[in-house]
Write a protein that binds this ligand. Structure first.
Ligand code: ATP
Ligand code: MG
Length: 756
């Protein structure tokens, strides 16, 4: 057995051995929060707590899996009995058990985002609304936002503030769409991702007997990455912990990066209020074990710029480590090449593996250049969260067959497969069936299984044939395991045959993918950790995979990891490259509407830096294709914000591939990075976007006295005259007429302006 207690420092040990009562661990990145949570669970079990009575909530299922294995090494296979997983997977499990109470059956489907949007599109069409105004994306995000704040369709329709907001967005009918959407999901015996939390709240609110059962059952509730929980998640944990009050939360306010999805950093502050300040034991962990001094201090220098944060002092006893390298590239493609080459050099010099490296970016779309460059150097990589295996068409098709076999009310699965392979059934017929079911308020299967009453002619007969096929699949469910049923369906539905007959390269790949899915199902069935081997259980496990959960399908694990910073939360790599360090990309232009948004982007940058153990490299490109247009880019303000002591000499690799090494000029990181920017500007001229070279004495002014008529100079846009200053709201804005760049509206809290 592992002597884990001796591998902890004093505050960590205190947290692990804390007895009953609420415990809050607020600590910096890499300070052992996850480690403490893991060993606390082991400790509880060693001290007599039944693993079935421990509930542990993690950010990804993979993180839960790793945690479980670590605990297993301490306490043995008993660890398998802990209730552990993401909020979504744990509460999907509870909802299956308790489905009846809220009018569902336990084989309910889980709609993914595509299903949800497809249903919204159908409803918009049926209601005769303009689908250019009511875009599925926008409608869906409004509905999702409401659910995460626990606002149901009726509350939504009765809320004048929401109604006014929808009207202002020129979408006054969202409420009615929401209502119809909820009804249709219910009739389809389906829940979307947000419903898994929303309905859990409904379940616990309306069925106190059920709430009491789980309140008493879970003697200990533990939550990792608490800073990213939303209101809905917070309420669930609060209710569950209300009886025993044994709740342990672990988080870092500096790493809160999901506010845009409704996560509420205030939850950390509410925690003490809700459990009583005197009852909550608070432990701070300040020693970082992950990273070098350089990396820890650079990260500190960034995060200290945020106004809203809890006081923490993060330090490390680790070695100093190399300085942070900055790579400048002339284009996004060159950025790909330079990073791949640098990675290759470090790997060779230090004799490392591919898994020692990660390339982190702000948006998934950036991966392409790195993929190409890595491929050229024959370096294996895996992309987390791109177009994932389970998003592929052929995979979704077979899954839809499996879903419909398990749940014949599933409208979206039905729409996907009714004419696949082709059965000569037109879209109008399909829409008609869906509308008929909705009008009669019956599941779609009611119509399908009596179809000749409703649909005449050949289409009716074809649908009848389809219904018989599904009935025959259904018969297998009771006796056969997931693999037997699925491989039968793949054949009997005609999916495999159709793909087999397509002899193109893509066709072959699709055929192999379907085989791969069947392999995955076989693995699921053979895994002793899964006691429920039914098709329904497999489908549940698949629909709850987060993008970070997918494993490689080729069995080769030595790969460089490419992913967004959001997906990298909680992970660590020996060498990290943060790429695309440019204004408008990171910080993201889309996200910058207020100081709060900027601070969230900065926290994201902090998360990125703190993933690195030994070595950190950052890069930016001078030009980049964006929506098909070549765009001139400016280095990110974040590069200027890192204390320059931690930055290495700029390795100015010019586009003509001569390599020069330059010393960092004295005068602070601002001047260092600005000199890079000027170089960029000079080599790019004439390019209007960055053609302005700031004056030698450029220093941003205090803009509190800014008024119309004043002359100003902007870092990037050059000289201009203030037309209007808007004092309303929390963020002051100014409209400025620039001489070359035209009229711009700028947020004064972070526009780099000099009054001249
Ligand atoms: P993040 O904020 O990124 O989620 P964290 O606070 O959860 O980080 P961990 O991932 O638990 O930190 O720990 C970071 C690294 O430090 C891990 O590799 C862990 O094994 C190691 N570590 C933590 N505590 C100790 C310790 N007392 N002694 C040695 N190594 C430790
Ligand atoms: Mg962690």
């Amino acid at each position: 057995m592992i002597d884990y207690l001796s591998s902890l420092n004093e505050p960590q040990r205190l947290a692990v051995m804390h007895g009953d009562g609420p415990l809050m661990i607020i600590a910096g990145a890499g300070s052992g929060k996850t480690r403490v949570l893991t060993y606390r669970i082991a400790y509880l079990i060693e001290n007599g707590v039944d693993p079935f009575r421990i509930l542990s909530l993690t950010f990804t299922n993979k993180a839960a899996g790793e945690m479980r294995h670590r605990i297993e090494r301490v306490i043995g296979t008993e660890a398998r009995n802990i209730w552990m997983g993401t909020f979504h997977s744990v509460f999907a499990k509870i909802l299956r058990i308790e489905a009846k109470a809220i009018g569902y059956t336990s084989n309910f489907s889980i709609y993914d985002t595509d299903d949800s949007k497809s249903l919204i599109r159908s409803i918009v069409r049926e209601m005769g609304l303009d689908d250019k105004v009511y875009r599925a994306n926008n409608v869906f995000s409004r509905i999702s936002g409401a659910k995460n704040r626990l606002i149901g369709p009726d509350d939504y329709l009765n809320n004048p503030i929401i109604q006014a907001d929808d009207a202002a967005a020129r979408m006054p009918e969202v409420g009615r769409i929401y209502k119809q959407y909820s009804l249709r999901c219910f009739q389809a015996n389906a829940m979307d991702f947000d419903d898994l939390l929303f309905n859990t709240n409904v379940l616990f609110r309306d069925h106190l007997d059920i709430l009491h059962k789980y309140q008493h059952k879970f003697q200990h509730v533990l939550v990792d990455e608490f800073q990213d929980t939303n209101v809905s998640q917070y309420l669930i944990t609060r209710k569950l912990a209300a009886v025993h009050q044994n709740i342990c939360i672990v988080g870092d306010d500096a790493q809160s990066i999901y506010a845009f999805r409704g996560a509420n950093i205030e939850n950390i502050l509410n925690f003490q209020r809700d459990y009583g300040k005197e009852n909550v034991k608070v432990i701070k962990l300040e020693q970082n074990y992950r990273s070098t001094k350089t990396i820890v201090q650079a990260a500190n220098s960034i995060i200290s710029r945020n106004r809203s944060q809890l006081e923490k002092h993060v330090f490390t006893d680790n070695e100093e480590g190399p300085l942070i390298d900055i790579i400048k590239a002339s284009s996004d493609n060159e950025e790909g090449r330079l990073i791949a080459t640098s990675l290759f050099e470090i790997k060779m010099q230090e004799g490392l593996k591919n898994t020692d490296f990660a390339i982190l970016y702000r948006t998934n779309a950036q991966s392409r250049a790195f993929e190409e460059a890595l491929r050229k150097l024959s370096i294996k990589y895996r992309i987390i969260g791109g177009t994932s295996f389970y998003q592929r068409k052929e995979i979704k098709d077979l899954l839809a067959y499996l879903r419909f076999t398990v749940n014949q009310s599933d409208e979206e699965a039905f729409k996907r497969i009714i004419n696949l392979p082709k059965r000569g059934i037109g879209d109008t017929t399909v829409a008609k069936i869906a509308v008929l079911a909705a009008e009669k308020q019956v599941p779609i299967w009611e119509i399908v299984s009596n179809v000749t009453k409703h649909v005449a002619g050949r289409a009716g007969i074809a649908i009848e044939g389809f219904a018989d096929l599904i009935k025959s699949f259904k018969l297998m469910l009771e006796k056969k395991d997931a693999y037997d049923v699925a491989s039968h369906i793949a054949k009997a539905s005609g999916i495999l045959k159709e793909l087999y007959e397509d002899k193109t390269v893509e066709g072959l790949a699709r055929y192999e993918n379907v085989q791969e899915l069947l392999n995955a199902i076989k693995e699921f069935v053979d895994n002793p950790e899964n006691d429920d081997k039914s098709l329904s259980s497999f489908l549940q496990s698949v629909s709850l995979l987060t993008t970070a959960d997918e494993d490689d399908k080729d069995g080769d694990n030595d790969k460089v990891t490419l992913m967004t910073i959001h997906a990298a939360k909680g992970l660590e790599f020996r060498n990290v490259f943060i790429v695309g360090m440019e204004e408008d990309l990171f910080p993201s232009q889309m996200m910058l509407e207020s100081r709060a948004d900027l601070e969230e982007e900065r926290r994201l940058f902090y998360v990125a830096i703190t993933r690195a153990e030994k070595r950190l490299t950052m890069s930016y490109a001078e030009t980049r294709y964006h929506y098909g247009r070549l765009k001139v880019c400016e280095p990110s303000r974040f590069l200027m914000e890192v204390d320059q002591r931690y930055l290495k000499m700029a390795r100015m690799r010019m586009s003509d591939s001569t390599t020069q090494e330059r010393e960092v000029p004295s005068g602070g990181s601002m001047s260092f990075v600005r000199s890079l920017a000027q170089k960029t500007a000079k080599s790019q001229s004439p390019q209007p976007a960055v053609a302005h070279i700031p004056s030698a004495d450029f220093a941003p002014s205090d803009t509190s006295g800014l008024a119309p008529g004043m002359r100003v100079e902007h870092m990037k846009f050059g000289f201009g005259t203030v037309k209007l200053v808007d004092q309303n709201g929390t963020d002051r804005k100014a409209i400025i007429q620039f001489e070359t760049a035209g009229e711009k509206t700028l947020l004064l809290s972070f526009a780099k302006l000099r009054i001249v």
